[in-house]
Design a protein around this ligand. Sequence first.
Ligand SMILES: *Cc1c(COP(=O)(O)O)cnc(C)c1O
Length: 421
Amino acid sequence: MTTRPATLTTSPLTPRVAAFADTLTGDDLPAYVYDLPALAEHARAVRAALPPAVELYYAAKANPAPEILRTLAPHVTGYEVASGGELTHVREAVPGPPLAFGGPGKTEAELRRALKLGVARFHVESEYELRHLAALAEEAGRTADVLLRVNLPLADEALGAAALAMGGRPSSFGLDPDLITERCLPLLAPGGGPLRLRGVHAHLASGLDAPALLAVATRVTDWTRHLATRHGLRLTEVNVGGGMGVDYSRPGTRFDWAAYGTGMADIARRNPDLTLRIEPGRALTVYCGWYLTEVLDLKHSGGEAFAVLRGGTHHLRTPAAKGHDHPFTVLPAAPWTRPWPRPGVRDEPVTLVGQLCTPKDVLARRVPVEELRVGDRVAFALAGAYAWNISHHDFLMHPPPGFHYLGGGSTPPQERSAPRR
Ligand SMILES: *Cc1c(COP(=O)(O)O)cnc(C)c1O
């Protein structure tokens, strides 16, 4: 957090969001504003960059709002869900497409529900879970299609850049390779039994660039092919996970989907018998959302400027969770009408904080701004994923933000302001 670009205030709003922001009054803030046509266009471009052989699932945990799930529907093959709650919610919001059910610690009730709803794939995380699923499937008279989640050791170089490593080292996620061969395969003997082993799943890290993710995908598909050969198995699928990087310090840039698509086409050519699948979350939806608010107060302390915003990290926990300065744009607002001077800063670094009584409520630290005054609006970009839904909404009992899904029908703030769980 010591070096940063000269300014983080360079991520423009889309014209649709900018025009809508003008219609909001102070009482309508803070507000989450989503540009659904922009999301659709981005998802279309991602799909177009991928070879037809690669299936695209959306990891719902990044942003499970029904409007988001539905906007993505024409562009994705299916959805990855990681809890019974997501399973029920996604099935309801988008009834048609296939679901993959992953995540650690699946309960008996969740597994039963998944069997009943007929999820397309179970991503199995442990030997215990495999046995549990087999027993429940047997009891329900159902067949469960299984991918075993593998935790493959990776060279440190491969994960060095990863923001969130979930594997490639000791981890609570997935199965070590020898547990798969020694403990799981014997439970999955082909011909009969309630479980059908389709292949392998891996989600080893989040926040990787295209070359690093392609190296991981190559490693996982090679390992799967060798597993099939060594054990005489017919494995037909590999899900290489999500984790496509999003650079919050350069909000105008995007993950290199073109390079990734080309690399995945090569992997597909080398593995004609395997269906390849990916399940990104963040890199699909992060760009379509903004958290819009205003400066309530502005002051100096120890020579540093602090702007207090309406709202805070209880709505947008992303910068606190990831330890970054969240990119924002200043929208200068209405003339000053109070009879005393308007507090403001010009050409100096300012720390943007929220209304919470904790020093952790920081959205961006010492970021240079041209000008920022009380009453100005601030639009945080890259707030379409892991933003509202990872935040601790009820802490301090401030009012929730409004939610506006533009280009797909807008809901008045008060209607959507009930806590969303
Ligand atoms: C979180 C998660 C994803 C999505 O990760 P992103 O970094 O949002 O792309 C995909 N698969 C699994 C198993 C996950 O846990």
